[in-house]
Write a protein of this length. Structure first.
Length: 265
């Protein structure tokens, strides 16, 4: 059976694709014939695990490239865009840009025994988890690397409207991410670019486990989810795949829950 994106020379550029939702998305899109470029930032201690995951993507037969680099520095981003341009060549184009960045501070606003949340913590978190989406969108657009019908997809959470202890900076970043996504959807639409956020349900990833009280979040999610299970990275990756298909071209500017109905209960 012919794969959806086979022979189209489409690329997916995934920011933060070495684990969790980003990695699952890379695997799913590769299985459907999309070439994959991942930009991640990980220490050497994790290299063996990550390389094993990347090897499984290469085995699908698509073109694959990963950069272990700081995607938030302007100079490095410019270098990476230049490398990506060479990677795509004269015919390849980025069909799907996926923002799966988990870099932020999980500090309490009030505490007697640990550092409190500061303005700099908000700035770092919002820049990494929200504003970087706009920076990369602009950089890829200016390099003329987007496909004629391109998709920009980012990951938000229920923390966009609900308060969780220690989650204030990330929550602010998610709200900012959604606002930026809506405006990309509006202002870039005449140029063939669609932008949407996926609001994933509680998913047992390394990022979730860093949140204080994550076990309680998982327990609560299991109780209220209509299917009585957590969301998996593959559930979210499948939604990215659907949004990348031709048939999804009229979906734009949305925050789409992918949680089995968890948000309604």
């Amino acid at each position: 059976m012919k794969k959806d994106f086979e022979d189209k020379n489409y690329w997916a550029l995934i920011l933060g694709g070495s684990s969790g939702l980003g990695l699952a998305t890379a695997k799913t899109l590769a299985n459907h014939g999309m070439n994959i470029c991942i930009i991640h930032r990980n220490p050497r201690a994790q290299e063996e695990r990550i390389e094993a995951e990347f090897h499984s993507i290469r085995n699908t037969g698509v073109e694959f490239k990963a950069f272990n680099a700081d995607a938030f520095r302007v100079e490095k981003r410019n270098e990476l865009v230049s490398e990506i341009s060479k990677l795509c060549g004269s015919e390849g184009r980025i069909r799907t840009l996926v923002h799966s960045v988990a870099k932020g501070n999980l500090k309490p606003m009030l505490s007697e025994d640990q550092p409190r949340l500061q303005t700099d913590d908000f700035n770092l978190t919002i820049n990494a988890m929200a504003i970087s989406l706009y920076d990369w969108t602009q950089a890829i657009f200016e390099a003329k690397l987007f496909a004629d019908d391109a998709r920009i997809i980012s990951f938000t959470s229920e923390g966009n409207t609900k308060a969780w202890k220690n989650y204030a900076a990330v929550s602010a970043a998610k709200v900012t991410l959604e606002a930026i996504t809506r405006n990309i959807a509006l202002e870039f639409a005449p140029l063939g670019i669609r932008a949407n956020c996926i609001q994933a349900g509680i998913t047992d990833t390394a990022s979730l486990r860093m949140i204080p009280g994550s076990e309680a979040l998982k327990t609560h999610a299991l109780k209220r989810n209509p299917f009585k299970r957590l969301t998996t990275p593959e559930d979210v990756a499948n939604a990215v795949y659907l949004l990348s298909k031709d048939e999804a071209r009229w979906i734009n500017g949305c925050v789409i829950p992918v949680d089995g109905g968890e948000h309604i209960s």
